[in-house]
Design a protein around this ligand. Sequence first.
Ligand SMILES: [Zn+2]
Length: 276
Amino acid sequence: MSWFEPRKEKAAIPPAKALWAVCAKCKSHFPKAEWKAAGGICPKCGYHGRLSVRERIAATADEGTFKELFREVSYSDHLSFHDAAGDYKSKVEATIAKTGETESVVVGTCEIEGHKVVLGVMDFAFMGGSLGTGTGERIARACEAAVAAKLPLVMFSASGGARMQEGILSLMQMAKTSAAIGALKAAGLAYISVLTDPTTGGVSASYAMLGDINVAEPKALIGFAGRRVIENTIHQKLPADFQSAEYLLKHGFVDRIVERKDMRRFLATMLGHWGM
Ligand SMILES: [Zn+2]
């Protein structure tokens, strides 16, 4: 190493991205401070933007009640997977460094307006919220913890689907989490699933749709395969609101759409009805 290292130039953030938040649905621009003050909800169209796992916990749990569980469970690179863009291990380690999280779901216990629950929250910023072996293991353990403590489960999903870098074992998590939720229900405990933007692929095809009630945030994208894949397969144009929370509500796949500002109250009311 030489005494004088040339300074690494920091990649400049384009000014537009640094100052403005862009709504993913209506593409309107807002000053970042305004977007944040609105709770990540588009002031123009009402789209509920993505939250980090810690923001979601803060918005859901009573202050100071969240106790994280199973943080030691993390990803597994059993395939030593790499593709043209690089290896999985480096990518996931960079994500861990950037987000401060060690998996795409965080689970723990907390209270919601005084109701004790096991809470799971997914973060799309962690590898697209993908369902890896660590994700599935944390959810399965969360279910077991709920059964052991006789607590209901509340789960916020946000995911692009299975984590392809973990191959077939990633797909296996769909069956594993579904079985764990089956055991929770067999124990007579409630499960509320909240679908946030986006909830797709293997997550929508397993635990996200298995709630005793499934609720969604407004305008959330919810589906299995993407619009383009389906259109190219069936050679038909799909309706504009296809795979939106509102479309799913209309067709009976979602029980209710709840705005973010009302979510805590709604969850507490439901838990109260169940006597949980
Ligand atoms: Zn908007």
